[in-house]
Ligand binder design. Structure first.
Ligand code: GDP
Ligand code: IMO
Ligand code: MG
Length: 429
């Protein structure tokens, strides 16, 4: 049995959706273990694009998709996604999509608080996706959250919601100056969601355990990226969950011994959506060029992504924090046509070399990248399927990344399509 975790190594949008969809062919189950519809995972199959926000990216391959207890789920968005997939002829039956009974529900007040806070905070805002992610995880930690198991019991649900909403509405009205949420409307709305989603609700931990005992393979799909992790990311400019591989265990309900490998996805350059420091950010023509060629717009909010050179200090951090056994380099095609390419291999801070990613945001904001420069290539590489056919400079570039962090490359992606891929070492074969 192979159970592999796939995580983003940067600030999200590394191409996790594409790689999970590609590798889902070789597994029986795909599980998401954290985050919610702040994620936007893009899959392109036969020229058709699909963006998944909640349902794991194994759904197009017809695999069983599990929503783990570590996720926060907006039931309205999930139902929309299920309906959309169904309308495309994809099997979204109750045995294909299962939701953990312990996953927390994103409620209308979570979204309301997220958006109103961001509006109020002006210059100090995080730049969240406005999907209610932070406020939902806050309630989970405060032990006042509502889970799917409570949603399925109408009496328990209305009791919990009315107790919680009194406090939330006080805060929404008096502190945030925003519109309060009406209890009865939400109860009716969520009861209708419960009716449709009830057959999907299950004990996900038990399902994974049974599958493992039957010799099945499981792929754990991370969302966001290592540097958006609540503990290890650029706090407070992070999301509200642990995005690192270790959380696959907590967020799916399995033990660490079940994990056999961890693959880190790294974009051939760096992007970031939202606020926060970004040492290798480009503010020049090259940055614009990468943004345009890479079509770097957020898959969830449509915001323009900030672009910069690859940051090996960040990647080194991700290798250690996730225990990466393999690397996938994506969007290598986007760098074609640049005369030279830069890799940030260290930082300097107040004249001294910093080899490791700092915890202090103030320090990070003052770090200067130490760059290595390599020659670029001009050829279009999107039709290449073997590493040896890549232009020498492209090959040298990816080998340099691998050497700097001492992790082998297993896949190189040269276009958004499932087939636009060079597979060097399939982790499931
Ligand atoms: P995720 O959140 O990590 O799943 O990544 P997103 O889907 O948000 O963003 C990645 C974007 O890059 C999507 O539009 C993908 O279709 C696209 N993409 C993925 N891999 C490649 C690649 O190798 N080359 C190009 N040009 N685009 C890619
Ligand atoms: P995928 O899975 C990129 C960013 C937001 C913001 C911060 C906090 O597609 O890689 P939140 O709504 O989570 O409270 O926002 O995190 N963010 C992402 N950036 N990709 C994502 O997901 C992201 N999910 C959250 O832009 O800066
Ligand atoms: Mg994304």
């Amino acid at each position: 049995m192979s159970n592999i975790v796939i995580v983003g190594t940067q600030w999200g949008d590394e191409g996790k959706g594409k790689i999970v969809d590609l590798l889902a062919e070789y597994v029986d189950i795909v599980v998401r273990f954290q985050g919610g519809n702040n994620a936007g995972h893009t899959m392109v199959v036969n020229g058709e694009q699909f963006i998944s926000h909640i349902v794991p990216s194994g759904i197009l391959q017809g695999k069983t998709c599990l929503i783990g207890n570590g996720m926060v789920v907006d039931p309205a968005v999930l139902l929309e996604e299920i309906d959309y997939l169904g309308s495309m002829g994809i099997d979204v039956g109750t045995d294909k999509i299962k939701i953990s009974e312990k996953a927390h529900l994103i409620m209308p007040h979570h979204k309301q608080i997220d958006i109103a806070r961001e509006n109020m905070n002006g210059n100090t805002k995080i730049g969240t996706t406005g999907r209610g992610i932070g406020p939902c995880y806050e309630d989970k930690a405060a032990r006042t959250g509502i889970r799917f198991t409570e949603l399925l019991d109408q009496k328990v649900f209305s009791e919990k919601l009315s107790a919680v909403l009194e406090e939330k509405n006080f805060y929404i009205k008096n502190f945030l100056n925003a519109e309060i949420i009406e209890l009865n409307r939400i109860i009716d709305q969520y009861n209708s969601y419960a009716e449709r989603l009830a057959p999907h609700v299950a004990n996900v931990s038990v399902l994974i355990d049974r599958a493992g005992k039957a010799g099945k393979h499981v792929l754990f799909e991370g969302a966001q990226g290592t540097h958006l992790d609540i503990d290890h990311g650029t706090y407070p400019y992070v999301t509200s969950s642990n995005t690192v591989a270790g959380n696959a265990c907590c967020g799916a309900g399995i033990g660490p011994q079940e994990i056999s490998g961890v693959i880190g996805i790294v974009k051939a350059y760096t992007t970031r959506v939202g606020e926060g420091p970004f040492p290798t950010e480009l503010f020049d023509e090259t940055g614009d060029k990468i943004q345009k060629k890479g079509a770097e717009f957020g898959a969830t909010t449509g915001r323009k992504r900030r672009c910069g050179w690859i940051d090996i200090v960040m990647l080194r951090n991700s290798v250690r924090l996730n225990g990466l056994s393999g690397l996938v380099i994506t969007k290598l095609d986007v760098l074609g046509g640049l005369e030279s390419i830069r890799l940030c291999v260290d930082y300097t801070y107040k004249g001294e070399i910093l080899h490791d990613f700092p915890a202090s945001l103030k320090v990070l904001a003052e770090c200067e990248p130490v760059f290595e420069t390599m020659p670029g290539w001009s050829e279009d590489i999107s039709n290449i399927r073997q590493t040896e056919d890549l232009p020498e400079n492209a090959r040298n570039y990816i080998n340099r990344i691998s050497k700097l962090v001492e992790v082998p490359i297993c896949i190189v992606s040269v276009g958004p399509g499932r087939d636009e891929t060079i597979v060097i070492n399939n982790p499931f074969l």
